[in-house]
Structures are given as structure tokens and as C-alpha cells.
Design a protein around this ligand. Structure first.
Ligand code: HEM
Length: 463
């Protein structure tokens, strides 16, 4: 009979693993953890560098997220395992808890027990048959975007991309559109809240409830945004028309005549879909612009493809299959700068991961940014090489190695729309404009819930 495994005394914060090293998968810790702050200063100062450094410490790596300990999964097989089992590795932990303050218990936030019902409700809006209609909106809005630029003008790249993607999100999901002014206010409010949410993740929860000016501002902006979205819902209710879009579906009734969701829940869903539909893709496009401007060889090939396929017009869904290099550029951008760079999960029952025991209550982090820069998966991991993706699917890449949209039951519901939007927009921009970024510009990644480029301004030059 084998001896019972020796156990470490139960640590106070949180009861994570046994001390026994497991064969195969390694467990490490990152040095330099500060009291209360943990590794938050390093993570916030340079998120990509910090997350990319983790695989060197092990397949599972303990870090301090503020005062709390979390285990970052840096191995593709284990990443796949936690994403496949959303009952044991459920939505939870500090980032999701803070997200819940903003998005309620909506589709991206709710726990396993509520997820299937919500996903079923929203899924019809994301069926493949709807893609042509969405793509038509993307093409039309891309045309407006590229028409609005003037030769030699300097643009705030992220602001331009956010305005574009949010217009697409509103037009595709909420056909009875918000006014231009309301949309801009909603975007500004969302931006304020998303930066606030991330900072809150590193603070003990009670601090965000104290009557301090920062908390007051957060609550005021949050209330205003919810009011705007509530008005959108009221407009729908007042007309009673089924627009055949996401919002009409959310407002529909069950067979017994009761609403599928309460008003509060509908607003939560609008908010998460608006955010998912706009912020993620806007950041991918902004990073792509940055990377292309910094790699003249890539720019030349991107422009050549756009010239050959589009000859100056905006890309349509029919062009998608003829833009393989543009797609490679988008894919490589998603590898280096995945907008969702880390998300927390909570272990719901004592379990095992990679041979290490995890106790219920342990916080686990799923981090595309960590696995995407793993040197054993991607040679020269910090370099922007779109040709990595020239062969599709990648024969040597294990499942779980490239997960910009997550995987398993909680995989992104808008992955096809996001990829389509980014590819068509990037090609359409390349067909008409060269975006120059001054050599001295210091563009830095910052975590504002999503991984965003700070300081990204470009001069647009007609081609
Ligand atoms: C390039 C663009 C996008 C990226 C990189 C992205 C990334 C992700 C990731 C990684 C997840 C999983 C998070 C987790 O496992 O905790 C996710 C979930 C989600 N995304 Fe996206 N997303 C993108 C575009 C979109 C779009 C366009 C929409 C909506 C129109 C959207 C809506 C959602 C929703 C609602 C969820 C939650 C799904 C669920 O839990 O069932 N995303 N996204």
C-alpha cells in the first residue's frame, strides 16, 4: 500500500496545492512578490513582458494578484483542460468578480449553472447564416472610416478603431440604432469603466465600496451608461417590432408569456455584447496598425495583396478567401497582443491539474498572452512573423497553444465576426492608406481590462 502523500500546512491564502511535485508538469513561483500588491506593479507596468516571463518558471506558476494568490496556466495541454471543464474551473476570481460589478451576471461572466440558458438565448444571433448581413455592415462602415481620413492628418488610432467597431456592434446587434452622440458617450463611459475595473481587481473588494471620489465617479459613469442602454431597450419595447437582431431576441417572451430576462439582465447582456463587439476588435486592429507600420516588409506584402484584390475599394465577405496574408497578419497580431490577455477562474471542487492538487477556492488564470509567447511553442516568440501562419491549420501546434478566443464551452461567441471584421477592415485600410508611426513614438501595452496600446498616433498618407 502506498504511503499517504505528505501535505504542507494549509496556507492561509488561498489553499491552493499540495507540496508534492508531480511528474511531468512543473509548478513554480515568481520571485519579487510584494506584500498586498503581489506582482501587480510588474504586471501593470509591462503586462506582455510579465506574462511572457511566466512559462520560464513552470507549467503552472503562482503569482500574487494584489493580495491574492493565483496560479497561471502556462502549458497548452493544461490550458485546454481548464477551458474544457467549466464546471470545475468556473468563471470567478478577482477579474470576473470585478467584471460582475460592471456586467452583472451576463453571458461572459455568469457561472456554469446559468451559462447554457444564456448562451442558447444569444447564440442564434451568431449563426453562420447571419454573417453576410454583418459583413455588409462591416464593409459599409469601413468605407466611411477610410473616406473620413485626410492625407497628412494625424489620428488617434485606437479612438478611430473603437468608433468604427462600436458602430458595427450597434448596427449589427441593435438595429434600431443609438444616436451618434449617445454612442460616443457610451464609448467614453465604457472606456472609463474598463480601466477602473482592472485597477479594482488588485484592490481588496471592500475598498471599491468606500465613499471615495474615485468610487463615486465610477458609480456615476456606470449609472449613466446603464441608463443609455436602458433607453435603447425602452425604444425597442415601445415599438414592439422584432428587428430580428440580438436585442429583439433578448426582449422576447417565453411560451408562457413571461419575459425571458428581466430588464436588468437585458441591460447586462447589451453591455457585454457591446463591449465584446467593440473593444476587443478595436484593440486587435490598433495593434495590427502598429506592428505593420514597424515592419516595412510586412507592410509591402499587405499593400500588394490589398492592391491586387481590392484596387482601392473596401473589402467584402467575398474577398475574405482572397486575403490570406491579411489574415496571417491579424492572426499573428492576436498571438502577440491577445486583447483578452488573462482571465481568472475559480476552482469549485478539490481537483487535480497536471498532477498537482488544487483545492476548492483556488484562483486559476487562463492567459493567452503567457502561452502565446511560450518559446517551445513559437520560436522567436517576441517577434512579429505573420508567415508563421502561412500553413493552416498548423500541424505541429498542440490544441491550447493558440487561444485568443478561448476554447470549450466558454469560447468566444463572436470569434468569426471578430476575425472577419479585423481582416476586412485591415485590408480596406491597406488598400487606400499607409499609416505612419514616428520612429520616436513610445507605444506601450496597457491592461485596461483588454490589452490596449497606449500612445498610438499615426499620420495617414494616401497611397
Ligand atoms: C478579435 C476579437 C475578439 C477576441 C480576441 C475575443 C476574445 C474572447 C475570449 C478570449 C473569450 C473567452 C473568455 C474566457 O474564457 O473567459 C471571449 C468570450 C466572449 N466574447 Fe469575444 N472576442 C472577440 C470578439 C468578440 C465579438 C465581436 C463579440 C460579440 C459581438 C464577442 C463577445 C463575447 C462574449 C459574449 C463572450 C462570452 C462567451 C461565453 O462565456 O459563453 N467577442 N471572447
Amino acid at each position: 500500500m502506498s504511503a499517504a502523500p505528505r501535505r504542507r500546512p494549509v496556507p492561509k491564502d488561498p489553499p491552493a496545492m499540495t507540496a508534492e511535485p508531480a511528474p511531468g508538469y512543473t509548478l513554480g513561483s515568481v520571485p519579487g512578490r510584494l506584500p498586498l500588491l503581489g506582482h501587480a506593479p510588474r504586471l501593470l507596468a509591462d503586462p506582455c513582458r510579465f506574462l511572457a516571463s511566466l512559462p520560464a518558471h513552470g507549467d503552472l506558476v503562482r503569482i500574487g494578484l494584489g493580495p491574492q494568490t493565483a496560479i497561471v496556466v502556462c502549458h497548452p495541454g493544461l490550458t485546454r483542460q481548464i477551458l474544457a471543464d467549466d464546471r470545475t474551473f468556473d468563471k470567478g476570481g478577482p477579474l470576473v468578480d470585478r467584471g460582475r460589478e460592471l456586467f452583472g451576471d451576463s453571458l461572459a461572466i455568469c457561472g456554469h449553472d446559468r451559462h447554457r440558458r444564456q448562451r442558447r438565448l444569444v447564440q442564434p444571433a451568431f449563426q453562420a447564416t447571419r454573417l453576410p448581413a454583418y459583413a455588409a455592415v462591416i464593409t459599409e462602415r469601413t468605407g466611411r472610416l477610410t473616406d473620413s481620413w485626410r492625407d497628412g492628418a494625424t489620428i488617434d488610432v485606437q479612438a478611430e478603431m473603437r468608433a468604427f467597431t462600436s458602430q458595427v456592434a450597434v448596427a449589427t446587434m441593435f438595429a434600431a440604432s443609438m444616436s451618434q452622440a449617445e454612442q460616443q458617450q457610451a464609448l467614453d463611459d465604457l472606456s472609463t469603466l474598463l480601466s477602473g475595473t482592472y485597477k479594482r481587481m488588485f484592490m481588496p473588494a471592500f475598498l471599491s465600496r468606500l465613499p471615495m471620489p474615485g468610487n463615486h465617479r465610477y458609480e456615476t459613469v456606470r449609472a449613466r451608461l446603464r441608463l443609455t442602454l436602458g433607453r435603447l431597450m425602452e425604444t425597442y419595447r415601445a415599438t414592439g417590432t422584432d428587428h430580428g437582431d440580438v436585442l429583439s431576441k433578448l426582449l422576447s417572451y417565453q411560451e408562457d408569456g413571461t419575459p425571458r430576462l428581466t430588464d436588468e439582465e437585458v441591460v447586462d447582456q447589451i453591455l457585454i455584447l457591446f463591449t465584446g463587439g467593440s473593444e476587443t476588435t478595436a484593440n486587435v486592429l490598433s495593434w495590427a496598425v502598429h506592428l505593420v507600420a514597424r515592419h516595412p516588409d510586412v507592410e509591402t506584402r499587405l499593400h500588394a495583396e490589398a492592391d491586387a484584390v481590392l484596387a482601392g475599394r473596401s473589402a467584402t465577405l467575398e474577398d475574405l478567401g482572397h486575403l490570406p496574408y491579411t489574415r496571417q497578419v491579424v492572426t499573428e497580431t492576436l498571438r502577440l497582443y491577445p486583447p483578452v490577455s488573462m482571465v481568472t477562474r475559480i476552482v469549485t471542487a478539490d481537483t487535480e491539474l497536471g498532477g498537482h492538487r488544487l483545492r476548492a477556492g483556488c484562483v486559476v488564470v487562463f492567459s493567452p498572452a503567457a502561452v502565446h509567447r511560450h518559446p517551445e511553442l513559437f520560436p522567436k516568440p517576441g517577434r512579429f512573423i505573420p508567415d508563421r501562419w502561412a500553413v493552416q491549420p498548423q500541424p505541429a501546434l498542440p490544441r491550447g497553444a493558440f487561444v485568443p478566443f478561448g476554447d470549450g464551452p466558454r469560447k468566444c461567441i463572436g470569434d468569426t465576426i471578430g476575425m472577419t471584421m479585423a481582416t476586412l477592415a485591415l485590408a480596406s485600410i491597406a488598400a487606400r492608406w499607409r499609416l505612419e508611426i514616428p520612429a520616436e513614438a513610445r507605444v506601450r501595452p496597457v491592461l485596461r481590462t483588454f490589452l490596449a496600446p497606449r500612445g498610438l498616433r499615426a499620420t495617414v498618407r494616401a497611397r
